[in-house]
Design a binder for this molecule. Structure first.
Ligand code: URA
Length: 260
């Protein structure tokens, strides 16, 4: 398969270098000398949710008695900002709530704020955030102002920075989970992209490696969910950017196949 100009531009946004077949190559000296990435896979049709090889976990709801379950956006924001449910509140500068269109069709779920996010109060503002923005741009999405079909909503599984960027602990994940569940309920996204081990494992209640979970459509609270690598992982392992690109293509196909 040949890459058309648009696909090449998209891949360049992600920093994915494209393999150029000899007959595909431009004049000598004008083509980057090959090969991080094989040609794109033949167009796939996303499996319908019902036929997903992984049984979708049963939808989870915030406990009916949880006060979080009925909060509107301003109240939820305030509750997260004032949360002291786990020890992460002790070391944070601020809780990092989320950013983007509150009616976004696409929701991106990451892991936890790092130092820069803790400083600025916005998810994914460091180096991995730049790559995330490029990945979004590659599929015509943005965190900046746009209509709900184009402007994503970005949230983390954990709202406060774990000290020294250590991994979130199970009790921290479970204490924070009602906030993400409520964000999903309020946004009502058409599709969720979960990035990285902690987001994926926490949302899907799975311990399987990402490599075994990606490539098919899961569900979270009844919303189709696509698994992909965390941008920070991709910065360390650029050879896997091609797989992340496949995941984004699967997300696009899945979103395009949804009714409405
Ligand atoms: N990594 C994440 O998962 N989220 C952030 O907000 C920043 C880095």
């Amino acid at each position: 398969m040949r890459w058309d100009e648009r696909q090449r531009a998209m891949l360049a946004e992600m920093g994915v270098r494209v393999w150029a077949a000899p007959e595909d190559a431009a004049a000598p000296g004008t083509t980057e000398p090959l090969a991080d990435v094989p040609p794109a896979p033949a167009k796939r049709v996303a499996p319908p949710l019902a036929q997903s090889p992984v049984p979708a976990p049963s939808p989870r709801r915030v406990e009916p008695l949880s006060p979080v379950a009925t909060l509107d956006w301003p109240a939820l924001r305030e509750t997260v900002a004032a949360c002291t449910a786990c020890k992460l509140c002790e070391g944070r500068r601020q809780a990092v709530f989320g950013v983007g269109n509150e009616r976004a069709h696409w929701m991106i779920v990451g892991e936890a704020p790092g130092e820069q996010e803790d400083r600025q109060g916005e998810p994914f503002v460091g180096k991995s955030g730049q790559l995330l923005d490029n990945m979004l741009r590659a599929i015509a999405l943005t965190r900046g102002e746009a209509e709900p079909a184009r402007q994503v909503y970005i949230a983390n599984t954990i709202k406060c920075r774990p000290p020294g960027n250590r991994n979130p602990e199970p009790d921290e994940l479970s204490k924070c989970e009602p906030f993400l569940i409520r964000q999903v309920q309020l946004v009502q996204p058409k599709i969720i992209v979960a990035m990285g081990r902690f987001a994926v494992h926490s949302l899907l209640r799975s311990t399987e490696p990402i490599g075994r979970l990606r490539g098919r459509v899961h569900a979270y609270q009844g919303v189709p969910l696509i698994v992909t690598y965390h941008p920070a992982y991709l910065l360390r392992n650029p050879e896997d950017k091609a797989k992340a690109w496949d995941d984004l293509c699967l997300a696009l196909e899945t979103a395009a196949a949804l009714p409405g």
